[in-house]
Design a protein around this ligand. Structure first.
Ligand code: CMC
Length: 437
């Protein structure tokens, strides 16, 4: 990756009476950064930024978020245009290679992905080791890590050809693994991929078809699934992507790094929020109880939060939530479902958007607020929601991992700390120790 940063002046910092000069760098869009790489060398101090609220961990050319305006761009293209006009594999190509593919580039890419959709038969034996009631994310993290044992040839991450093959394999196999996770959890036989179908169609078939019956794909549901994949494909340096970059920075096998991303995504503050959001909407149950839950969310002595609300970066409506709401309406119409949960969601959104607490803190619905309603209507249990997020985000993780490996400025990720524990002291023999509790 060739750097696109340009110098934009110098920042001056007084540290213990000494003036330190640090370069200010400009990107293409978004705030400038102060390059603090030489700070420790110049002044012997670190910066402290738990949660990375003011820290750019890398230069990246893949995704840009303007949180104040609610804009999300992949390689410069707005997410709503991609969701409207594109398909998931086309967006995958865009994220990975930096431009929209020509017809022949796309045909070639599509072929390369579909030829890797099957799994080694030994992978299936891993599943029988899991309890049937294991959380699907636990099975996914385990089996994705296990894939690295099947492809030792991907170990040399600095070989661009090996890396590309490993990326194609991972994009292709992720839906097959995720569908197996679901089938295993409900005790149905695994369904092999059908390479004549599109990415989303194939995935839905592997999840919902059974050998005893004919399966007819529904185009509205296929389109909704494809859109959900597009909307979750990448989101710059979020927790799971940063985890993948950090794991990969040590030179780990790419599938081991992706497995670390799956683990990080699982938490309710990140990818697990879609599961938590639907559970919350179910718990609320009807639109007349919404006020009570809004009060709970505002109460500082109550740890309850509105799941699917708020975002570290977006201080405006999450552009993905808008597309998600439209898709929810389309899917429920197609299936002729009158889901009271959608009414609860809309009532909750309306009240929260007018409430001073939420307005002041710029808390808006995020991508997870409506996705659960759609996935529930398609037929997925809540525990599978984050798995679907992981299938989509795999392309973001792989693109970002690839970029980090190609970045000449990349070094092993090794944050520093401010130590506030015990000062140096001498060892005390057990007979002489005094209880500390
Ligand atoms: N409900 C009620 N209050 C909230 C919420 C919420 N969902 N989110 C933030 N706040 C309040 C928070 O209590 C704090 O108030 P105060 O200033 O009075 O202490 C203020 O808003 C700022 O919150 P914060 O925790 O400092 O913000 P953060 O940037 O660290 O957290 C977040 C971002 C997404 C973890 C948080 O908004 C949250 O927990 N939301 C619910 C979980 C969720 O929907 N997560 C999905 C994120 S989008 C998908 C993804 O990226 O994976």
């Amino acid at each position: 990756m060739k750097s696109n940063m340009t110098p934009a002046g110098m920042a001056k910092l007084e540290v213990n009476g000494k003036t330190v000069e640090l370069p200010i760098m400009k990107g293409v869009d978004g705030p400038d950064v102060i390059d603090v790489r030489t700070l420790y060398k110049q002044a012997g101090v670190f910066t402290l930024d738990p949660g990375f609220t003011s820290t750019a961990s890398c230069e990246s050319q893949i995704t840009f978020i303007d949180g104040e305006q609610g804009r999300l761009l992949h390689r410069g293209y707005p997410i709503d245009q991609l969701a409207e006009n594109s398909g998931f594999l086309e967006v995958a190509y865009l994220l990975l290679y930096g431009h929209l593919p020509t017809q022949s580039e796309f045909t070639d890419f599509d072929k390369k992905i579909t030829m890797h959709t099957m799994l080694h038969t030994q992978i299936d034996s891993f599943f029988s080791g899991f309890r049937r009631d294991s959380h699907p994310m636990a099975m996914l993290a385990g089996t994705v890590a296990a894939l690295s044992a099947f492809y030792p040839d991907a170990m040399d991450i600095h070989d661009a050809e090996q890396r590309e093959l490993a990326i194609h394999r991972m994009i292709a196999k992720m839906p097959t693994l995720a569908a197996r996770v679901y089938k295993y959890s409900i005790g149905q036989p695994f369904v092999e991929p059908d390479n004549n179908l599109s990415y989303a169609e194939n995935f839905l078939r592997m999840c919902f078809s059974v050998p005893a019956e004919r399966y007819a794909p529904n185009p509205v549901l296929t389109r909704a699934m494809d859109r959900i994949f597009i909307l979750h494909a990448d989101h710059e340096q979020n927790a799971s992507t940063s985890t993948v970059r950090l794991a990969g920075s040590s030179g780990a096998h790419p599938y081991a790094s992706i497995s670390a991303g799956v683990a990080s995504l699982w938490g309710p503050s990140h990818g697990g929020a879609n599961e938590a959001a639907l559970n919350m909407l179910r718990e609320i149950g009807s639109a007349d109880r919404v006020g009570e839950y809004v009060q709970k969310a505002k109460d500082p002595s109550d740890s309850f939060r509105l799941m699917g609300f708020g975002h570290r970066v977006y201080k405006n409506y999450d552009p993905r939530a808008k597309v998600m709401q439209e898709t929810a309406n389309e899917v429920l119409d197609e299936l002729n479902i009158k889901d009271p949960i959608l009414d609860v969601a809309k009532a909750l959104e309306k009240i929260a958007l007018e409430d001073e607490y939420f307005v002041e803190r710029k808390l808006y619905p995020n991508v997870d607020f409506y996705s659960g309603v759609i996935l529930n209507a398609i037929g997925f249990p809540t525990t599978m929601f984050t798995v679907l997020f992981a299938v989509a985000r795999t392309i973001g993780w792989l693109s970002q991992l690839n970029e980090s490996i190609e970045d000449p400025a990349a070094r092993i990720g090794r944050p520093r700390q401010l130590y506030t524990g015990a000062g140096q002291r001498d060892f005390v023999a057990v007979r002489d120790r005094v209880s500390q509790s």
